[in-house]
Design a protein around this ligand. Structure first.
Ligand code: AGP
Length: 601
């Protein structure tokens, strides 16, 4: 989704910092971008449709030469990468937006839900609109209120009228002040050791090279930054808020591609280690969650997209290992189940980013009813973490490719631990996961990649790919489809193996690739029969399995990991999806139309 970046401080190259920051936010997904720099008495604004690519500060200087004498002592610059919601992908709709007399310039993530009402009011007052966005209303509204008040008070008054979920940064022509506010979309403030230097961004890696000292803006909070420092306040009550400074432990390299051509393959390969880290949970906390599940009147695993498929896998793990039913609901559907919920309900939210709007909405719903929230999260500093009663951290490190890989297997590992803990067999679960981690370490070698590459070559022009699985591997068939769709753009669909004969088998024609996810368990003979049904109708069978079988036209070996088969079976599909994306000249890190964290509903 959209990315926000702002700089406030003494450095002479603020736009260079902003452009660099926006590049670091590229992974979030966007279709246009823009920057604004405050000069002595005006703003320089530049916007473009498309990716920032190699665009650099020197390109900007060619467009508008900037000399230091034009700039105030304190430099203020903001930038934005836009993922279109209201209004098409055009330069006009790209941010920053400015007010009628260019008194106010701002960037915004999220949606101002009541913008039409405010727009009508402003049009009656003589304001005209340059863009089709919801964002522009706030710029004009602040300027309108600046007729009677100063910038800060005008922002407060304007925001009190705005409804919706958003993160917003605003600057004014006449004041060396940067104001940011959030309700539902992430904003993090970075504070440098140098006195008076601040960064604001949608995500930490954007400014991590300058500072690892951060302050998180919570919902309904705003920060006002000026030469005297940063003041935090509650947007509703206007009471002062004291913010803790948190030191981030990530290393800059963790959020960089390093020797790899793309984040996606880097993150797939990191699974050699990330599983070990995920397993290293506090036993006390795992038991506490298991106890909470046992005492809850209804446990609901909630996630979206890939995280939703992890939740579905958890349902099978809990049934198989813990002999216990848990409910699974996708974040966007959760509110439609609220009639079943009580203050004894437990929500277990699975999310990489911890910022997914649909999952956050589910948390809001359960919190209103007085229920408890446990989160399985990669981003421990996210909104979801702060809303949860207990957080089980994935510890996968920053995941920047849009396609989730290492966070997924970490989430699966934690769900497996929980299922074992339910029957007091946490040790057994840990041992199995440690064995699985070491087998993944052996599996992820260049020869393995080459073997999958040969398959990628064979199927790169396929129009459809189907994936089948049973039991624990049925949700992974669905997840495989997501992986293939999002980066290769090949139509891919996952099915429960047994469901094929009830309709989807009609889709199979000569040479249609069909991946069978096989585990060495009670589902094995049946999934092989389902694969045979596909093969008999001309399908090309790719078996991902610990053992070869006659029905396979192409076999990708995976270790036999018992109840951890979903973890090992998804990894070759991740590699396949990546390779297909590269062969088809797609950018696997930033697939079209997608965003890393989906902060709109
Ligand atoms: C994963 O490959 C997808 N990009 C997407 O489905 C993702 O899992 C989903 O948007 C949920 O994100 P979250 O884990 O950050 O909540």
């Amino acid at each position: 989704m959209c990315g926000i970046f702002a700089y406030f401080g003494p450095q002479t190259n603020p736009l260079e910092i902003v452009i660099k920051g926006l590049k670091k936010l590229e992974y979030r997904g966007y279709d246009s971008w823009g920057v604004a720099l405050k000069t002595n008495n005006d703003f320089l604004i530049h916007k473009e449709v498309g990716k920032i690519g190699d665009f650099s500060f020197s390109d900007l200087q060619k467009i508008f030469p900037i000399s230091n004498s034009q700039l105030p002592i304190i430099k203020i610059a903001i930038g934005h990468s836009r993922w279109a919601t209201h209004g098409g992908v055009t330069e006009y709709n790209a941010h920053p937006h400015w007010s009628k007399n260019k008194e106010v310039v701002l960037c915004h993530n999220g949606i101002f839900e009541n913008y039409l009402k405010i727009k009508e009011k402003l049009i009656k007052k003589g304001y005209t609109f340059r863009s089709e966005t919801d964002t522009e209303v706030l710029a004009h509204l602040v300027e309108e209120y600046m007729h009677e008040s100063n910038f800060e008070n005008a922002v407060k008054k304007a925001l009190s009228e705005i409804e919706g979920r958003y993160a917003v940064i605003l600057i004014s022509k006449h004041e060396d002040k940067l104001i940011a506010a959030r309700r539902g979309s992430p904003l993090i403030i970075g504070k440098n050791g140098h006195d008076g230097e601040y960064f604001i961004a949608s995500d930490i890696p954007a400014f991590l090279e300058y500072t690892n000292k951060v302050q998180y803006l919570d919902d309904d909070e705003m920060v006002i930054i000026d030469v005297s420092g940063a003041r935090f306040e509650n947007m509703r009550t206007h009471e002062k808020v004291n913010k803790r400074i948190v030191e981030i432990e990530w290393k800059v390299e963790e959020a960089e591609k390093g020797e790899y051509p793309h984040f996606m393959i880097k993150e797939i390969m990191e699974q050699k280690n990330t599983l070990y880290r995920a397993i290293n949970q506090s036993a006390e906390k795992i038991h506490e969650v298991a106890k909470a599940i046992k005492s809850a009147r209804g446990t609901f695993f909630v996630g979206c997209g890939t995280a939703g498929k992890v939740c579905m896998t958890a349902e099978y793990l809990f049934s198989k290992i813990a002999k216990r039913h848990i409910n699974v609901i996708f974040g966007s559907e959760f509110k439609f189940h609220q009639d079943f919920l009580t203050d004894k309900s437990l929500l277990i939210s699975v999310s990489q980013s911890g910022e997914t709007a649909d999952s956050l909405e589910a948390i809001e719903v359960i919190k209103k009813l007085g229920g408890r929230v446990v989160s399985i999260l990669n981003n421990e500093a996210s909104t979801m973490a702060r809303l949860s009663d207990i957080v089980l951290p994935n510890k996968a490190g920053p995941e920047k490719a849009v396609a989730s890989t290492k966070a997924t297997t970490a989430q699966l590992a934690i769900c497996t631990l929980l299922a074992y803990a339910m029957v007091d067999k946490l040790d057994e679960g840990e041992k199995l996961l440690i064995k699985t981690a070491s087998q993944i370490n052996d599996m992820l070698n260049p020869r393995y990649e080459d073997h999958i590459y040969k398959l990628s070559e064979k199927i790169k022009s396929a129009e459809n790919i189907y994936i089948i699985g049973r039991g624990l591997n049925y949700p992974m068939a669905l997840e495989s489809a997501i992986k293939l769709q999002e980066v290769s753009y090949i139509h891919a669909q996952g099915f429960a193996g047994g469901e094929l004969k009830h309709g989807p088998i009609a889709l199979i024609s000569e040479n249609t690739p069909c991946i069978a996810l096989v585990a060495n368990d009670e589902s094995k003979s049946e999934i092989l029969s389902n694969a045979m049904e596909v093969k008999s109708r001309g399908g090309y069978i790719i078996g991902i399995s610990p053992e070869n079988a006659e029905v396979f036209d192409y076999w990708i070996k995976v270790p036999d990991c018992g109840n951890c088969s979903p973890i090992v079976n998804i990894i070759p599909v991740q590699i396949l999806a990546y390779q297909l994306a590269v062969m088809r000249e797609n950018n696997p890190d930033m697939p079209r139309n997608l965003a890393k964290s989906v902060t709109v509903k």
